[in-house]
Structures are given as C-alpha cells and as structure tokens.
Design a protein around this ligand. Sequence first.
Ligand SMILES: NC(=O)c1ccc[n+]([C@@H]2O[C@H](COP(=O)([O-])OP(=O)(O)OC[C@H]3O[C@@H](n4cnc5c(N)ncnc54)[C@H](OP(=O)(O)O)[C@@H]3O)[C@@H](O)[C@H]2O)c1
Length: 242
Amino acid sequence: MSETVLITGAGRGVGLALTKEFLAAGYRVFAGVRKTCHLLEKVKEQYPAALSLIPLDVTEMASVRAAAAKVAAETPALETLINNAGVYLGDKTRTLEELDLEDNHLQQTMEVNAFGPLRVVQQFLPLLAAGGKRIIVNISSEAGSIGDCWRRQEYAYTMSKAALNMQTRILHNYLSPRGFKIKAIHPGWVRTDMGGKEADLDPATSAGGIFNVIQRVAAGELATKEGGEGIFLDYQGKILRW
Ligand SMILES: NC(=O)c1ccc[n+]([C@@H]2O[C@H](COP(=O)([O-])OP(=O)(O)OC[C@H]3O[C@@H](n4cnc5c(N)ncnc54)[C@H](OP(=O)(O)O)[C@@H]3O)[C@@H](O)[C@H]2O)c1
C-alpha cells in the first residue's frame, strides 16, 4: 500500500508543488483545499486514484473535523501531515505608526498561520498515530525566528510564524515520546503569490528540498538536539535559530 500524506493549502504555490512532488514519488496524497481549484483538478486527471481533494479551511473547526472524517473514510492511517496553508495579510511597508490595528489582519493571520495547524494536528492525530512514520511538518518561515530577526515591521506574519514555531516545539515535547517526529520547515523565499516574482526559488525546487528533508527525518537523520535545536530547519535541512 502507498504511503499517505495530507497537505493543507494544496491548491497553489508551495502546497501545489508539494502535492506534485509526493504524487511523483508514489504517495497517496490528500490535498486540503478551500475551494475548487482548476490547477489541482488537472493534476487529478493525471493521478485519479492517488490524489484526493479534501475541502479544508484551517480556520474553521467544523471544516477541519469534516476533513479528518473524510480522510478517515478513505484511509486507516496517515504517515505524514504537512501544515502548509498560510497567509500574509497587511502591507509589508507599513510602519508601526501607519498600521491599522482595527482591521483584523493580526487576528486573521494568527487564525490561519498559528491556530490553523493546531486544529489540524488535533483532529488528524488519531490517523497519524495509526501510521508508521508519525511525521508532522509545519511550514514556517525564517520570519518566525526571534534570534535572527532583522525586521522593523511585518508584525502579523512574523508573530504568527514565531507562534507556530513555539507550537512545533510543544508538539515535539508532547508527541516525540510516542514516536512522532515534528519539524518546522522554512521553504526558502519562493516565487508564489505570497513570495512574489523576485523570490529566489521556484516552487518545485522548494518542494523537492522539503520532500528530501522529510525523507531524511523519516530515516532517523536530522534528529533533534538538546534545547530543541534541529526542530526548526530550512528546505535544505539546515538548522535555523529559534
Ligand atoms: N513564498 C515564500 O517565499 C514563503 C517564505 C516563507 C514561508 N512561506 C510559507 O509557505 C507556505 C506556503 O506559502 P505560499 O508561498 O505557497 O503561499 P500562497 O501561494 O499564498 O498559497 C497559500 C495557500 O494557503 C491556502 N490558505 C490560505 N488560507 C487558508 C485557510 N484558511 N485554510 C486553508 N488553506 C488556506 C491558500 O488557499 P486558497 O487558494 O484557497 O487561498 C493557498 O493554497 C505558507 O505557510 C507560507 O507562510 C512562504
């Protein structure tokens, strides 16, 4: 039987590239999407049996529960979960004085980037526990590093990814005694709607790197060190500073 993976935010960008990467490697992929997506439907034509499109809005508890039930109806176990869905809301160039703190972008960013992955992990935990690999990857960002922070603005996004990193560390503390391997991975600066046209990497390169890191983690490489070092990695497996 093929190995199984759930990828959130799979309709475009890094999530779509990850979906293609795992399908090409022979995985059974459950692709979380908020709405119908013609790019994924094209991929589905190529992999009719291996790809399932799962309606999934990570901000809605009912949607996450329904997605878990739908996946459970199709497979008894999940080997890997990739929490990829994310948003960048608000204007990158706004200073502290210019920020609109009443427009809800801080809250909405946290809902998707920080609380979303926690909802997904909670609801998919039984399926992951039934799997042989027990791998959870949160797609984070270098922007979430407190130690390496150089920014003077971008509060919402950076704070949400720092919170996601903390969540990853707590999940590691809680779940690694049960054999889970939990990582936060920075995908690089990627040419997607979020990353923009000037970014360094095409989505396929980023996804290929993340795929390789996950294979290495599954093989027992890139183990976590004292103090949680080695939980936060980039798409090439390089350790990032919390
Ligand atoms: N691109 C970069 O340079 C870069 C750098 C560092 C980290 N990252 C991280 O990498 C991940 C992927 O980013 P990307 O560049 O591929 O972004 P993207 O092109 O903007 O795609 C974001 C994806 O997240 C989905 N999404 C947004 N809100 C959602 C929700 N409430 N529920 C479920 N799915 C939702 C979107 O679905 P819809 O199509 O339905 O909107 C879309 O599939 C994100 O976590 C991002 O923070 C990206």
